[in-house]
Design a protein around this ligand. Structure first.
Ligand code: 13P
Length: 254
């Protein structure tokens, strides 16, 4: 049985003082929920603060991006080893807000996935299609290609105990989430694709959904068979909303 996973993606929000308030609230509100895994993905400069505030709690932390190289002359990049130095357990890669704005290729993202895994981090691979791609009916083809990039680098076994986040680009930050059926259908497609190559890996792979998750739609989305949790943007900046989403996940497995 896969444990549900709720990840807060704080994106480029926060200051030391604002984070302190949110960390305190998260700790207080999530402290008693012990049947769901929680992660906060913070901007790089706040990893130290996350480590100080969250060590010894039931909330893990991580980053929103990682360098594809282990070490070297890569100005401005942050390596997986550095993330581990600050106690990170998770790292995201491939989020559309990065891949579109900074021209990240599927190959780049795959390299990040592999180096994260090799460093002992749990990678959260973000995949998703545009509205036009969904309208054209090619969304599965698009998602398959994003996953194939990782498969060709590292094979299917690398997905064991990893995380894929299905985030339709049209649902991110718009207030319009995918319907539970639309999301379930894509999650089933993703799991089936991995299962054909490695059944065991497909069973421990957690596939979470992101894109306008809120307290109202969380239970229905996370209640679907192949939806193992959520990646939450806007509603993770409000402790009350985030708690409600986490509670919804918890009730489903209670
Ligand atoms: P929103 O929850 O704000 O739509 O953002 C989703 C997202 O991008 C999570 O990574």
């Amino acid at each position: 049985m896969r444990r549900k996973l709720v990840v807060a993606n704080w994106k480029m929000h926060g200051t030391i003082s604002q984070n302190k308030v949110l960390f305190d609230e998260f700790k207080k509100r999530l402290n008693s929920i012990n049947n769901v895994d929680f992660v906060v993905c913070v901007p790089f400069p706040y990893l130290y603060q996350a480590q100080q505030e969250l060590s010894g709690t039931n909330i893990a932390w991580g980053a929103q991006n990682v360098a594809k190289h282990a070490v070297g002359a890569y100005t401005g990049e942050v390596s997986a080893i550095m993330l581990c130095d600050f106690g990170s357990r998770y790292v995201m890669m491939g989020h559309s807000e990065r891949s579109l704005a900074y021209c990240e290729t599927e190959d780049n993202i795959a390299e990040k996935f592999v180096i994260a895994k090799e460093s002992g981090l749990t990678p959260i691979l973000c995949v998703g299609e545009t509205f036009q791609e969904r309208e054209a009916g090619v969304m599965e083809h698009v998602i398959a290609s994003q996953i194939d990039a990782v498969l060709s680098y590292a094979g299917a076994s690398v997905f064991a105990d990893s995380v894929i986040s299905y985030e339709p680009i049209w649902a991110i930050g718009t207030g319009f989430s995918a319907t539970p059926d639309q999301a379930q259908s894509m999650h089933e497609f993703i799991r089936g694709k991995i299962a054909k190559l490695d059944q065991e890996a497909s069973e421990t792979l957690r596939i979470i959904y992101g894109g306008s998750v809120n307290p109202t739609n969380a239970a229905q989305l996370i209640g679907m068979r192949d939806i193992d949790g959520g990646l939450v943007g806007r509603c993770s900046l409000d402790a009350g909303n985030f708690e409600k989403i986490c509670q919804a996940a918890s009730v489903l497995v209670a």
